[in-house]
Ligand binder design. Sequence first.
Ligand code: GDP
Length: 295
Amino acid sequence: RERLHRSRERLADRVDRLVLGKKTIDADVMDDLEEILITSDLGVQATQLLLERVSDRVKRKELQDPARLREALREEIARILSVDAPPFDPAAAKPFVIMVIGVNGVGKTTTIGKLARRIKTSGLSPLLVAGDTFRAAAIEQLERWGERIDVPVIRQKSGADPSAVAFDALDAAQARKADVVIVDTAGRMHTKVNLMEELKKVHRVIQKKMPTAPHEILLVLDATTGQNAISQARLFREAMNITGLILTKLDGTAKGGVIVPICHELKLPVRFIGIGEGMDDLRPFDPREFAEALL
Ligand code: GDP
C-alpha cells in the first residue's frame, strides 16, 4: 500500500481538488472528471464506462454529494478490475506448468524469481526453466535468481531450441517431483512474428508432453509504459491464450491506472503485481485494495 502511494497521489488529489467547494455533481464536474481520468492513463474506453456509471448513480440519486465522488469511482474501478476467472492455484496439478511471456525489459525474469519464491514459501517446490535461450544474460540472470532463492534451474547453452529446453524441463520436473514448473520465454520484439511462432511452439511442446499444460500463461507488463503495455497485451493476446497478467514496477509510477483499461478491454485477471526489485516484492492482486491505492 505504501509503495503504491505514488499512483494514488495524482489521481486522488486531482479528484479531491475537482470537487473542492462544489455543491453538486454537474456537467462541468463531469467534464473535468473526464479529463482527469483520461490523462491518468485510464484510457478513453474505461473513462467512458466510468463516467456512464457515475452518471447513472447521479441520475438515480444514489450519488449527489461531490465529496463522495471519489468513493464511487473507487467502487466502479474495483468492479472493472474484478475480472471473473478461476483462481490462481498452483496446487491444482502436478506439475503445475506456468509459461511466462512478455517483452524484454518488462521485468519478466525478476518476476519469475519472485513468483518462484512465493510458491516455495507456500510449501510447494518450484522448478525454473531458462527458456529465453536467445540471450545468454537472461539464462545467467535466471540462474542467479535460482541460487538466491534456492530453486533449481533447468537450462541448456544459449542458442538452444527453447521448446527442447521446455521438453527436457518437464522430464526433469517429473524426476525431481517438482510441484510447479515456471518457464521463462524470449521477449525480443524486433522479430515479432518469429517471437510469437516460437512461443506457440514452446506451448505446443509443453502440451504434447502434458495435455493439460500449461496451466497458466502469464503475461508480464511494465506498468510504467502506460499505453505501450496495452498494445503489448493486445499483441500477445492474439497469439497466446493468456490466462492472467502480472503488472510490474508499480512502486515507481503514477501510471498504475493503466491496469483499468487493460482489464476492461481484455477481460484478463491480474494475478500479481510487482512493487520492487526485491524477492518479496510480488503481491497477489486485490482489485479493491488496488482501487483504493489508486484513488
Ligand atoms: P526482463 O528483461 O523482462 O527479464 O526484465 P528483468 O527481470 O531483467 O527486469 C528489468 C529491470 O526491471 C531490472 O532492473 C529489474 O530489477 C526491474 N524490475 C522488475 N520488476 C520490478 C518492479 O516491480 N519494480 C521495480 N522498481 N523494478 C522492477
